[in-house]
Design a protein around this ligand. Structure first.
Ligand code: ATP
Ligand code: MG
Length: 283
């Protein structure tokens, strides 16, 4: 596994304010799919802004592929390696047309025209926006705008994309498109860090990081973290509905697996329980 992000003893405070990140240590490898969760104000946004040098540590270090974010000469390459997507896609649009918008980022890399065209086309295909090249971005739906922001990142050929609540302002169709694109990009080897308040979305990740009051308090597989129903609730986080349903049945004495967080797995588990019950009826 190639190391991508290394965070060492990171502390951060905004000007004239108390520290909001406390001694964070974290290693992220290439190709990981990570969800970052935690209550409001715990420091999620502040942390991921360090990953592409939008913020500099107050003390400690953050390196991307061995490039320290403190060094000004590294910043362009760091911003290419780690793309950042925010909640509101309107704030991320820069071009007058879809293709111009996608070309904006790689346009700053000094690439030959043919390579530029190839990258823009590839990014439009990956995001399903081909055919909309000439459309003014403001005529797109919210979901399409978010896909456009992702296309702009992809044209930079990043190693990882960090997304800060990217679906929070989208309708269900837009949400689903963005989420299935994240899965698809990850299967192509692009790393994902997804900040979310939605535990169903967090369940799509392989690894879940939990923050509270500026610290990482848990780091484990999605199955391990999201099955801790009472603990998640104590942090003010709503566990996946399906996990909570099975957990509640368990509390009522039903013999069911506790670490289930997808509808498919729950259907299997409940189906097996029903079969067992039917078996008893026939005795
Ligand atoms: N620009 C800023 N100046 C001063 N304090 C800030 C600034 N941005 C955030 N903070 C404070 O830093 C702390 C961490 O905020 P941050 O936005 O990183 O949390 P978050 O986990 O992303 O929260 P949310 O879930 O609400 O998005 C909070 O106490 C917040 O009020
Ligand atoms: Mg935030």
């Amino acid at each position: 596994m190639q190391e991508l992000i290394r965070v060492s003893n990171l502390n951060y405070h905004y000007t004239d304010a108390p520290a909001v990140l406390h001694n964070i240590n974290l290693l992220i490898n290439e190709g990981e799919y990570i969800a970052l969760i935690g209550p409001n104000g715990c420091g999620k946004t502040t942390l991921i802004r360090h990953f592409n040098a939008l913020l500099q540590p107050s003390s400690g270090d953050v390196s991307i592929c061995g490039l320290n974010t403190r060094s000004t000469k590294n910043i362009l390459e760091i911003r290419r390696l780690v793309g950042m997507i925010f909640q509101n896609p309107d704030n991320q649009i820069v071009g007058m047309s879809v293709e111009e918008d996608v070309a904006f980022g790689p346009g700053n890399l000094g690439l030959p025209a043919q390579e530029m065209r190839r990258r823009v086309q590839a990014a439009l295909e990956m995001t399903g926006l081909q055919g909309l090249e000439k459309r003014p971005p403001h005529t797109l739906s919210g979901g399409q705008k978010q896909l456009l922001a992702l296309a702009g990142m992809l044209a930079m050929e990043p190693k990882m994309i960090a997304l800060d609540e990217p679906t929070a302002s989208l309708d269900p169709d837009g949400k689903n498109k963005v989420l299935s694109l994240l899965k698809d990009l990850n299967s192509r080897g692009i790393g994902i860090i997804h900040v979310t308040h939605n535990m169903e979305e967090a369940a799509l990740a392989d690894r879940v990081l939990v923050m509270e009051k500026g610290e990482i308090i848990a780091d484990g597989s999605a199955a391990n973290i999201l099955s801790r129903v009472e603990w998640l609730k104590s942090l003010g986080l709503a566990p996946p509905r399906i996990t909570e349903l099975l957990w509640t049945l368990q509390q009522q004495g039903e013999v069911l697996a506790g670490n289930i967080f997808t509808v498919e797995a729950a259907a299997k588990e409940i189906g097996a329980l029903l079969k067992r019950l039917r078996g008893f009826e026939h005795v």
